[in-house]
Structure formats: structure tokens, C-alpha cells
Design a protein around this ligand. Structure first.
Ligand code: VGL
Ligand code: ZN
Length: 191
């Protein structure tokens, strides 16, 4: 595939808390970082946009068990856990999208309650390439919203990892994304 200026790479929530040693660790979450770095190089060479989302919760966020949610505290604003994985090599001109940054609003999708769609429209983006964490939550919901908004959505199969609260959740999520129109790609397909 020929990557061009109207494409966007969207890297979802590659933050310390979602990697081993984080508070909501995705098994092998850090394994995707070297591959994502290769996508980043490719997309920057082709002048495509690079967008990085982050879970950016206040310390009393509704998704935390203590406040009625289902998760341990994670990705609390301005803490180590909310920082991007230190080995993720991010160019200077990336766009950062923070989500679920108010106590009473949850967002698994990078589109939900953010400027993401507006930014993509302004950049005249037609195709989005989505990877990151976690396959069965924020990646899935970002992909499905991208499809709903009318983008051609490509799922970076070698750059996603899932939580699998129930065994098989990630596999199910991938099937659902595909059924709704997402196209599976690997690094070799864009090189
Ligand atoms: C996520 C659970 C809670 C994710 C965010 O980024 O997939 N999962 N908050
Ligand atoms: Zn969260």
C-alpha cells in the first residue's frame, strides 16, 4: 500500500499503565512498541498524519472501582502511568488526543468527546490505520467509530494487544471490526 498525505496513523493508548508493570496491564502490551515505531517512521516519511490518543483520567474517574466502575485506577492525568511508553518514538509534530478527562464521562473511543473527527476532516484524511491498546476496548471502539464516520479503516494486526477479561474477547473484537468493514493489515503490506 502506498501511504500518502491524506492517511492517518492512529496509535491508541500506548501508555505505561496498559503495559506490563502498569496498573491495568495488557499482557505483552509493550511488545507492539518496536513495530509501532516502524509504522511511525513509514508514515512520517510519507507526510501522513500521526495521531496518538491517551486515556487521561482525573483521579476520581467513574471507570474506577472506587467510583462505581470496573477498572483499577489507571492513566491518571500527569502521572507516570498516563505517560506514553518510554520506548515509543514520537516525532515532534504528532497530534495528541486526550480522552475521558472528566470525572463523569467515559470514552473507549478516541472519537468520543474529542476533536478527533474535526481534525481528520480538516486534514482531509480518508484512510485511518489504527493500532495500540487494548484490542477489545479502546482499539475496537475507535475502529468502529471511524467506520461509522465514513473512513476507510485499517487494523494494524501486528500492533494491537488485548486485555481479554474473558478469554477470546480480542478475537471476538477483531471479528466484529472486520464484519463492520475494517481491513486487516500488517507492516509488510505498507512497505
Ligand atoms: C482502556 C480500559 C479502561 C483502553 C481504557 O485503552 O483500552 N481499557 N480504559
Ligand atoms: Zn480508562
Amino acid at each position: 500500500m502506498d501511504i500518502n498525505i491524506k492517511d492517518a496513523l492512529i496509535i491508541v493508548d500506548v501508555q505505561n499503565d496498559f503495559c506490563p508493570s502498569g496498573s491495568l496491564a495488557v499482557p505483552e502490551g509493550d511488545k507492539i512498541v518496536p513495530i509501532l515505531n516502524k509504522y511511525i517512521i513509514k508514515f512520517s516519511e510519507r507526510k501522513a498524519s500521526i495521531i496518538v490518543t491517551r486515556d487521561w483520567h482525573p483521579k476520581n474517574h467513574m471507570s474506577f472501582k472506587e467510583y462505581g466502575g470496573i477498572w483499577p485506577p489507571h492513566c491518571i492525568q500527569n502521572t507516570w502511568g498516563a505517560q506514553f511508553h518510554p520506548k515509543l518514538i514520537l516525532p515532534k509534530d504528532i497530534i495528541i488526543i486526550s480522552k475521558a478527562d472528566k470525572p463523569d464521562f467515559e470514552a473507549y473511543s478516541g472519537f468520543q468527546g474529542t476533536r478527533l473527527n474535526k481534525i481528520l476532516k480538516e486534514l482531509k484524511v480518508k484512510r485511518i490505520f489504527v493500532g495500540g491498546l487494548a484490542t477489545d476496548y479502546c482499539v475496537k471502539n475507535t475502529v468502529l467509530d471511524g467506520l461509522k464516520e465514513g473512513y476507510d479503516v485499517y487494523l494494524l494486526m501486528d500492533s494491537i494487544k488485548g486485555v481479554d477479561v474473558n478469554p477470546g474477547d480480542s478475537e471476538k473484537a477483531i471479528k466484529e471490526m472486520e464484519a463492520k468493514g475494517a481491513i486487516k493489515v500488517w507492516l509488510k503490506d505498507i512497505e
